[in-house]
Each structure stands twice: as C-alpha cells, then as structure tokens.
Ligand binder design. Structure first.
Ligand SMILES: Cc1cc2nc3c(=O)[nH]c(=O)nc-3n(C[C@H](O)[C@H](O)[C@H](O)COP(=O)(O)OP(=O)(O)OC[C@H]3O[C@@H](n4cnc5c(N)ncnc54)[C@H](O)[C@@H]3O)c2cc1C
Length: 228
C-alpha cells in the first residue's frame, strides 16, 4: 500500500464565521459521502492529517468543513489560511456517526458544542431532513456560533458560556439537562468530550439504553478545568 498522501483538492471558497472559525469549501468532483462522514485533511507538507466532519448536504456541489483554528496546531491554522484557488490534500470519506439515521425511525435529539455542529449542519442541509425533537448547540463566544439565524429557524436552542448574548442561554448546554426530552429518542452528541460525558451520564441515569446514545468526540477539554 502506498504511503503517499492523497492527491490535492481545490479550495473553491473560505467563508469566515467569526475570527477563529472558517467554513472551507472544496471541489467535490462527484465524491459520494453520507451525513456524519469525516474526511482527513492534510498539512501543507502532506506529513500530518486530522479528521474533519463534513458539513455539506449530500446533494451539494462542494464539500464543506467547519474548521476551528487551534493556535499552535499542525493542521488547523494551515486550513484556516487557505484561499480560493489553493489546494489541500484530502482522504476519502469515512465514519460511523450517523445523525438522524436509526432503523426504527425514532425521533431524535442533536446536541453540539463548537464545530461539533458540523454533522448536524450536514444533516439539515441534506434532502429529506426531518426536524429534531430538540437541538441544543453551545459555544464559548457569540462569534463562534455558526450561522445563528439559519440554525434557529431549524429549532436550535443556543447557549454561550463566556459572554452574555441576547436570546442565548448564558452557560453550558448541559446546565439545563432536566429540560431535555427523555424517552424513546435517539441522542446524537458531538463536540467536546466533557459535554458528551455529562449528557451520557444524565441519559443513562434516566434509563436511556446505550444503543440510543451516539457520540462523536472532536476535542478533549484540558485538565483540570474541564468546562466549555
Ligand atoms: C472524528 C473527528 C472529527 C473532527 N471534526 C472536526 C471538525 O469538523 N472541525 C474541527 O475544527 N475539528 C474537528 N476535529 C478536530 C481536528 O481533527 C483536530 O484535532 C483539530 O483541528 C486540531 O488539529 P491541529 O493539527 O491544528 O492541532 P494539533 O497539532 O493536533 O494540536 C492540538 C492542540 O495542541 C496544541 N499543541 C500542539 N503542539 C503542541 C506542543 N508541542 N505543545 C503544546 N501544545 C501543543 C495546539 O496548540 C492545539 O491546541 C475532529 C476530530 C475528530 C476526532
């Protein structure tokens, strides 16, 4: 098997969403993918890659990812510096996180922190998307919220932990777990590990079967202050 990184893909647009989040749009070239899939994106020298969840609809002309710039990181600062016409190496799509897809078609709940909203954006941008029974989305700062109006129109309830923002809960999305619909739902959790763990603990205490809890961890909170 070749150890060469895959061939590059052209950047068609780079849309800033606040100072540290970029929506990178890449040439699709008919690549098939499923909602919830990731692609690995490579550093400029092709030696490092990181997974990023696709945020585009399955019928879209381009491939989109939401990238948070991690200062000092090997890959995300490079991705956030890309401009239309630049090139970036990408892997084929892969993944097992499947928001909104369960064989029994149970109603479902989405919970995201930060760029963990990406797979839910992919779901809502795709054909035949249904409305989640609840959709909670939390960020540290208002500037990090992805397309607030568009998400609120699709039922998202927003939380911002480090700023007071009109219309948003001031705190973490896990502050209000007692208001979460509990019952015969599937739960899709994506983003920071401490949110995933807190929600999982709450759901298990409320007798939600493990098989109805679906988790995709993007980031680990630094110890000891494991707070969003
Ligand atoms: C399944 C999955 C899907 C993901 N999807 C997304 C997504 O859609 N969007 C998204 O933004 N992210 C996503 N991520 C996270 C992403 O893959 C990267 O981990 C993230 O972008 C950081 O990569 P990086 O190369 O920039 O940072 P890294 O080089 O991996 O560094 C990570 C952190 O460590 C710090 N660091 C690095 N080197 C040092 C050092 N020598 N000393 C001290 N600190 C250091 C950096 O400053 C940075 O804060 C996903 C992760 C997973 C597992």
């Amino acid at each position: 098997m070749s150890s060469e990184p895959p061939a590059p893909r052209r950047v068609v647009a780079a849309i800033p969403h606040g100072p540290d989040i970029v929506e990178l749009c890449l040439e699709r070239s008919h690549l098939a993918f499923e909602v919830g899939d990731c692609i690995a994106l490579y550093s400029s020298d092709g030696t490092q890659s990181r997974p990023y969840s696709l945020a585009s609809g399955t019928d879209a002309d381009d491939l989109r990812v939401l990238v948070r710039r991690m200062n000092g990181g090997r890959v995300s600062p490079f991705l956030c510096s890309l401009k239309p016409g630049d090139w970036v190496r990408t892997s084929p799509p892969f993944g097992w996180f499947r928001p909104g897809a369960n064989a029994e078609q149970r109603p479902f709940v989405f919970m995201a922190t930060g760029t963990g909203v990406a797979p839910f954006v992919a779901y809502l941008r795709s054909p035949a998307a249904a409305r989640p029974a609840a959709f909670w989305y939390g960020c540290r700062k208002a500037a990090d919220l992805f397309d607030r109006d568009w998400l609120e129109k699709r039922g998202a309830k927003l939380a911002v932990s480090r700023e007071v923002v009109s219309g948003c809960h001031h705190g973490r999305i896990t502050d209000r777990l007692n208001d979460l619909p509990v019952g015969d739902f599937d739960y899709y959790l994506c983003g920071l590990d401490n949110m995933l763990d807190d929600v999982t603990e709450f759901l298990l205490k409320n007798k939600t079967p493990w098989k109805h809890i679906h988790r995709e961890c993007f980031f680990n909170a630094p110890l000891p202050s494991r707070h969003l």
